[in-house]
Ligand binder design. Structure first.
Ligand code: HEM
Length: 418
């Protein structure tokens, strides 16, 4: 195909439109340009925005894109630290990613699930004594306890509420510009110090986390040259386990919302059929907003669909928009778990946690874990607990990133069923 000029959004800098239109920024322009690729200017630089299945396949081709330098500093400083696996490429990335994936064996995930059930049920006893709870904060604490126990990280009971909320803020703030971002940054410094201190205690043999847990594995992990990671990098990586597990609270909120708002879909879960539970979880991950976009940098010049991609240009993949792409999903704005009952899996059409390959690429290391946690929590919310959902503001915004139901899901009169 001959080279052609790419659809182009006018304006010196369009970051303000991203902030205004949020999750739908790329999808809106893909519709108006009738194109899965367009050029714009974001955060003071030229950027290509791409979306759809073929675009996702392109984006995860590591011969074409790299990650070093892709994330804005403000996102690195809050969301994932400056030396984490997300910023690595090639052999170094593969070696570090293997360290993460070694934690995700079926046995280790089953162990995590057992801890989660224990923590959920213990906490549910306390819920039964309260008039009402805010599910988001409660889920953050349950997940924080689960994550720490599973990762071999000790914590003081009196620290739970604060640490869980701090980790939550690291996720709630990165896309915001202004004071909220600075809080996120402060919390990262504090939590990194807390974790660095634990890594040092492990290395000084003052603390011995159980073998095979994240704290043990990451404390003693050697890089390609046979050196231990510096304490800060090891801390960043343990937090790359703890923090996103706490973040699953956002999906649990949306799961509870879906159980409440789609009674016909909930009905189908009553028999506890794992296939139905899984389909519901997948639809929650497709339908509701979480990660909006993902960035990478063009490694060297290439042409795609007749358009030229120049080396060094920031390229942004539309995660939310690909999951809502009418070419890929029939009635994408309808919540319908049935679509996943006979879904033909593709690593590039359904990408709430990134696409492509786990080891060879940057697909989320915690995707299986997330799905398992959501299945367990869905079963509790739909089948194993009784509660009321009082009048509250259950709406959520597609403009604000990340998004969550405004009331954070207040539940009343909670009882575990026998
Ligand atoms: C990467 C989403 C949970 C660990 C990612 C990426 C996304 C994502 C979009 C980037 C993919 C890319 O770079 O192309 C999510 C969502 C979650 C979640 C929506 C729901 C809460 C988790 C969990 C863990 C985890 C529970 C760990 C236990 C990671 C790691 C990476 C990553 C380590 C970096 C992978 C790499 O760069 O190779 N996640 N994630 N995430 N996620 Fe998750």
């Amino acid at each position: 195909m001959d080279e052609q000029s790419m659809p182009h959004e006018k304006g010196l800098d369009n970051t303000v439109h991203v902030l205004k239109e949020g999750y739908r920024y790329i999808l809106n322009r893909r519709k108006s340009f009738q194109s899965d690729v367009f050029e714009t200017r974001l955060l003071g630089q030229k950027a290509f925005c791409i979306g759809g299945e073929a675009a996702a396949e392109l984006f995860y081709d590591t011969t074409k894109f790299k990650r070093a330098g892709a994330a804005p500093k403000r996102v690195q400083k809050t969301l994932f630290g400056e030396t984490g696996v997300q910023t690595l490429d090639g052999e170094e990335h593969l070696h570090r990613k293997e360290m993460f994936m070694s934690l995700m064996s079926p046995e280790k995930l089953d162990k995590m699930d057992k801890i989660l059930k224990k923590q959920w049920e213990a906490t549910a006893e306390k819920w039964a004594e309260q008039d009402e709870i805010v599910l988001y904060h409660e889920a953050q604490e349950v997940l924080f306890r689960t994550a720490c126990e599973w990762a071999g990280v000790p914590f003081e009971e009196r620290e739970v509420a604060e640490l869980a909320a701090d980790l939550g803020k690291m996720i709630e703030t990165p896309a915001e510009i202004g004071p909220a971002h600075w809080i996120g940054r402060h919390d990262r410094n504090q939590t990194e110090k807390w974790m660095e201190n634990l890594i040092e205690q492990v290395r000084d043999k003052k603390l011995s986390p159980p073998e095979g847990t994240a704290l043990a594995v990451f404390s003693w992990h050697q890089d390609l040259e046979g050196n231990l990671l510096d304490a800060n990098t090891a801390a960043v990586e343990v937090l790359n386990i703890i923090r996103p597990i706490v973040a699953i609270a956002i999906y649990i909120n949306f799961t509870a919302l879906a159980v409440h708002e789609y009674p016909a879909a909930k009905e189908k879960l009553a028999a506890g059929d794992p296939k139905q539970l899984q389909a519901f979880v997948q639809e929650v991950r497709r339908f509701y907003p979480f990660f909006p976009f993902q960035g990478a940098i063009v490694k060297k010049d290439f042409t795609w669909q007749g358009y030229e991609f120049e080396e060094g240009t920031l390229t942004i993949l539309d995660i939310y928009g690909t999951n809502h792409d009418p070419v890929l999903w029939k009635n994408p704005e309808v919540f319908d778990p049935e679509r996943f009952m006979d879904w033909k899996e593709s690593p590039f059409s359904f990408i709430p946690q990134g696409g492509g390959d786990f080891l060879g690429g940057h697909r989320c290391a915690g995707e299986w874990l997330t799905i398992k946690v959501m299945n367990t929590c869905l079963d509790y919310l739909a089948n194993r607990m009784e509660y009321e959902v009082p009048q509250q503001d259950l709406s959520y915004s597609l403009d604000k990133m990340p998004s969550i139901p405004h009331s954070e899901m207040i539940l009343k009169n909670i009882r575990m069923k026998n």
